[in-house]
Design a protein around this ligand. Structure first.
Ligand code: 13P
Length: 254
């Protein structure tokens, strides 16, 4: 059985006190209301990771992740944060290649391949993001774009390494727009990604890889998305900034 994962990517939101308040609410609500088996990941800004990890250390199925990390191990890279630092602060997951990093910070597939390596080398789990723009979809290039994003950043891995990676499909046109991919559109892409991974790494690896969907996920569309055979969870942005809306999404995953 593949692991089901619901992750809340806070992006650049929440001061320290706001963040601590939000995690405490999420933690209490999950204890009272959620009895399923999905793993829930809080992905706050770097500066909150240590404190949040300590808060949730004894919570069942609640983990902490980071939104990015350096491809370097250490050294003179002002402003960067290494995978080892994240691990030492209690993070277990790291988002790599979010479309906002690609779009605003020029992160390219070959660069992201090195970040994936850095994360795996520390025993952390990369959540590798891929997804096409509206223009790419409308010109029917989305499968080619996804194939490049997946192959150029992940195909150098061994099967054993690949089996540790989580993939997130986040169509850029659905992020923060309120326009979710239909379940059929998302399922089609998830199945395509799984086939790519199967052709490269074999069925045993591809069958066990968690593929999350992200892009305007809300409680009222989560249930239908989660019913699709290749959608194994969600990477949630806006709706993860409030405890009620985030926990309601988690509760849709049995
Ligand atoms: P929204 O849920 O706000 O569309 O954001 C999705 C996302 O980018 C999560 O990483």
């Amino acid at each position: 059985m593949r692991k089901k994962i619901i992750a809340g990517n806070w992006k650049m939101n929440k001061t320290f006190d706001e963040g601590m308040g939000l995690v405490s609410e999420i933690s209490n609500m999950l204890k009272d209301e959620y009895h399923g088996n999905a793993e829930v990941i809080i992905i706050p800004p770097f500066v909150h990771i240590n404190a949040i990890s300590r808060m949730v250390v004894s919570d069942r199925n609640l983990s902490v992740g980071a939104q990015n990390c350096s491809n370097h191990v250490s050294g003179a890279f002002t402003g960067e944060v290494s995978a080892a630092m994240l691990k030492s602060c209690g993070a277990t997951y790291v988002i790599i290649g979010h479309s906002e990093r690609r779009q605003y910070f020029g992160e390219l597939n070959d660069w992201l391949a090195k970040k994936v390596d850095a994360v795996l080398a520390e025993g952390l789990i990369p959540i590798y993001c891929c997804g096409e723009t509206l223009e790419e979809r409308e010109s029917n290039k989305h499968f080619d774009v996804l194939k490049s994003q997946i192959s150029e950043a992940l195909f150098h891995l061994t099967s054993e390494q690949m089996s540790k990676v989580v993939v997130a499909y986040e169509p850029v046109w659905a992020i923060g727009t309120g326009k979710t991919a239909s379940t059929a559109q998302a399922q089609e892409v998830h199945a395509f990604i799984r086939t790519l991974l199967k052709d490269k790494f074999g069925a045993e690896v591809s069958d066990n890889i968690t593929i999350q969907y992200g892009g305007s996920v809300k409680a009222d569309n989560a249930k239908e998305l989660f019913s699709a055979p290749d959608i194994d969870g969600a990477l949630v942005g806006g709706a993860a900034l409030q405890s009620r809306s985030f926990v309601d999404i988690v509760k849709e995953m049995a």
